[in-house]
Ligand binder design. Structure first.
Ligand SMILES: [Zn+2]
Length: 255
């Protein structure tokens, strides 16, 4: 009898809580998935010109502040071995695959929040041996794995690109590294094998190098990954930074 009363009381309490609009507190992983979803939505809104550059920037700042707040401060941030960089092309040496010998980086005029901003290239293109443009390494006859340059959480992916699409990034991956407080963007992949919200280690496979994206698909474009690094400043706004020195020193993973 007592237990039935307790049960009835609990049920009444939960009905009252529901009526008053109280809900249970989200777990950190649920919060993270919400923020990851917001990050993806901001990219879509920018691309489709649904928002002004100013409001996209404000939404980005709030989302990145939230993402940083739910990630625990990592012990591995202080551990150099765990923070080592891995060259994004498996089996390739930086000196033979970084486009233009590292001179391809042009940050001037870049604006992540303005879909019409053109002319900048705050990135490096890393090329594979693919003379016949079939996405396979010409010597190994295998796809080339895209490896995560550093550790972090996957914030967004696109896996839906089609040759008719006007979108330039093709199948892309965004990874946020809380130790560097920055974002890595990898574009033009043939495949993406990670999911938004997933934690990746440096050297973990993110996808395979490909030719997706409006220009990357054209015959004049040799097969490559476009890799960009954006450091967040004290206002959580993204500032392009040149990762060339890091790329040259990165560990190379064998086939
Ligand atoms: Zn590029």
């Amino acid at each position: 009898m007592i237990w039935r009363n307790v049960g009835n009381s609990l049920m009444a309490l939960s009905v009252i809580m529901a009526l008053m609009g109280w809900s249970r507190v989200e777990t950190p992983s649920e919060q993270m998935l919400n923020y990851v979803h917001q990050f993806q939505q901001i990219q879509i809104d920018i691309r489709e010109c649904n928002v002004s550059p100013d409001s996209a920037a404000r939404a980005f700042q709030a989302t990145m502040r939230n993402i940083q707040s739910v990630l625990p401060l990592l012990d591995s941030c202080r551990d150099d071995a765990a923070n080592r960089f891995v060259y994004p092309l498996r089996g390739y040496l930086p000196r033979y695959s970084i486009g233009g010998n590292g001179r391809g980086f042009r940050a001037k005029g870049f604006d992540l929040f303005d879909a019409d901003a053109r002319g900048s290239h705050p990135a490096h293109d890393l090329f594979i041996r693919d003379g016949n443009q079939d996405n396979l390494d010409d010597h190994m006859c295998l796809p080339v794995d895209l490896l995560s340059f550093s550790q972090g959480v996957v914030l967004a992916t696109d896996t839906t690109w089609q040759p008719e699409s006007e979108l330039r990034g093709g199948n892309f991956v965004w990874v946020y590294d809380p130790c560097l407080n920055g974002l890595f963007y990898y574009a033009h992949n043939s495949r993406v094998v990670v999911q938004p919200g997933q934690w990746v280690q440096s050297g973990q496979k993110l996808g395979e190098i490909g030719r997706t994206g409006l220009n990357a698909y054209k015959g004049r474009s040799p097969t490559h990954v476009h890799m960009m690094f954006l450091r967040l400043d004290s206002s959580y706004l993204p500032q392009p930074e040149n990762p060339l020195a890091w790329l040259r020193e990165a560990e190379v993973k064998e086939w």
